[in-house]
Design a protein around this ligand. Structure first.
Ligand code: C5J
Length: 233
């Protein structure tokens, strides 16, 4: 894709999308969070709030791959021996079922279990790094920053779930490491609509204190326009 900067409509002001230095980061689109019968639903959450993000993410991912731009996926989860699971995280919530216990799709949030894996609609292709993260932020205890630095990435388009937890934590971590983040509101979701709305407000407040908020259609349109430009030249 051409190495020119494209101004994308976004809030609080247009995002200077630089395709040559930008990666798509898809956060935790895992079966246990999104699928009916998974851990999220077992806890009483309305998974339709997250499932509405699947189709826009699928369309964006197809356009992004067609443009030949880098994409990375993350999964929240722990080693089967749980040695990387902080006891505080295990105990939090005082739930009858917690991380590492048997769930509807295998052991909950344990690497290698069916529920820990990414949903079929957005399944990573060979060559797309999958970052296994033990925390909420994708930079904590992972090699994400090194991978991005080695590829000259300075911007991230961030999608996935949930808006106020892993998406927000990752955007804040990225901001402190010098990345510009564009969060696509139709491609991120929360079990709680009010937290989704507030999570996006927090990112774009105060002149974009953590980043920008846009939508997938605008970005897909820009990618399509770029392809047309490339074909004409
Ligand atoms: C949560 C996440 N909500 N991916 N994880 O526990 O946001």
């Amino acid at each position: 894709m051409a190495n020119k900067v494209i101004e994308l409509a976004a809030e609080p002001y247009p995002f200077a999308f630089d395709p040559g230095r930008c990666a798509l980061l898809i956060i935790d689109m895992q079966r246990d969070f999104l699928e009916p019968g998974g851990f999220g639903e077992m806890l009483g959450n309305d998974v339709s709030q997250l499932r509405r993000t699947i189709e826009p993410n699928r369309r964006l991912l197809a356009a992004w791959r067609a443009a030949g731009l880098p994409v990375l996926h993350t999964r929240e989860g722990h080693r089967p021996d749980l040695f990387d699971l902080p006891p505080a995280k295990k105990a939090r919530g005082r739930s009858a079922t917690s991380i590492g216990d048997p769930g509807p799709m295998g052991r909950i949030l344990v690497r290698g279990e069916p529920g820990h894996d990414i949903i079929a609609e957005l399944y990573p292709e060979p060559g797309e790094p999958v970052i296994d993260k033990p925390g909420k932020g994708a930079f904590f205890a992972t090699d994400l920053h090194a991978i991005l630095e080695h590829r000259g990435i300075k911007q991230l388009v961030v999608t996935g779930v949930t808006t106020e937890v892993c998406v927000n934590t990752t955007v804040r971590e990225a901001n402190d490491r010098g990345y510009d983040c564009l969060v696509l509101e139709d491609c991120v979701g929360s079990y709680f609509p009010e937290f989704h709305a507030m999570g996006l407000k927090m990112i774009k407040a105060q002149g974009g204190i953590f980043g920008w908020v846009g939508d997938s259609e605008t970005l897909i349109g820009a990618l399509a326009g770029e392809k047309r430009l490339m074909k004409a030249s």
